[in-house]
Design a protein around this ligand. Structure first.
Ligand code: SF4
Length: 234
């Protein structure tokens, strides 16, 4: 991927900057198919048991112009990716930048002749909170599907792509209904987890069940891989 690339003819909203923690692709454990994953930085919700505590601090991560992220999305589509997943962190903590990014992402997929490539957003906001906020509604206007709700460690679930039983997978567009409709009540015996290793970190992508991260840590330790720190313990 060209991390500096931007799609041609970016619209005025393209001046926006999204504070992010990470961009990885392809990811296969947060939505259907091969996807580009963008994790935003900053979350004020502080769910007990959150596996992504490193994304809480809004001063962490780095600022990235949405044009650059849209360039990555353009490259991903050229590579045959099936969708974009925005997670976090809390995407709705940056509503203006999220609005601009999804507007660009929508434009890029249409100009690339890939209107079938879906946009999925994870948020800790509850459905009712989104419904009560015109700003949040506008930010999610172009999302084909949204996973909503705080993570509750005491309510495990086997439903795909959700971390706890209270979380809802909500299709919002015709594409979202086609793509996510068959998965709304689908359970998996085991959640799909993806492990990506970079120079600096081991990234566990997906929604693990209680105890699975500790088991993974023990397994890696048995193979001689130990962590200086991890993101799922205070
Ligand atoms: S689970 Fe999601 S909403 Fe909850 S604290 Fe972690 S990043 Fe924030």
């Amino acid at each position: 991927m060209d991390v500096n690339g931007a799609p041609a003819g970016a619209p005025p909203a393209a001046g926006a900057v999204l504070r992010i923690s990470e961009v990885l692709g392809p990811i296969t454990a947060l939505g259907p198919g091969r996807r580009l994953g963008v994790w935003v930085q900053g979350c004020p919700l502080a769910c007990a048991g959150c596996m992504s505590r490193h994304t809480w601090d809004p001063r962490g991560g780095r600022d990235v112009p949405v044009t650059r992220l849209a360039g990555l999305w353009q490259d991903a589509l050229a590579d045959g990716y099936d969708g974009l997943t925005v997670s976090g962190g809390e995407p709705l903590a940056q509503p203006a930048a999220l609005t601009a990014f999804l507007a660009l992402a929508d434009r890029v997929r249409r100009e690339a002749g890939r209107p079938d490539a879906d946009l999925l957003v994870y948020t800790g906001w509850e459905e009712a909170e989104i419904a009560a906020s015109p700003v949040a509604g506008e930010a999610l206007r172009l999302a084909d599907a949204v996973v909503t709700g705080r993570y509750r460690a005491g309510e495990p679930t086997s439903l795909v792509w959700r971390g706890s039983a209270n979380q809802r997978l909500l299709p919002r567009t015709p594409l979202g209904r086609r793509r996510y409709g068959p998965h709304l009540e689908r359970s998996a015996e085991r959640p799909e987890l993806q492990v990506r290793v970079t120079d600096e970190a081991v990234h566990v992508i997906g929604v693990p069940r209680p105890g699975e991260l500790s088991a993974l840590e023990r397994d890696l330790a048995a193979r001689g891989v130990t962590f200086r720190e991890n993101t799922w313990r205070p």
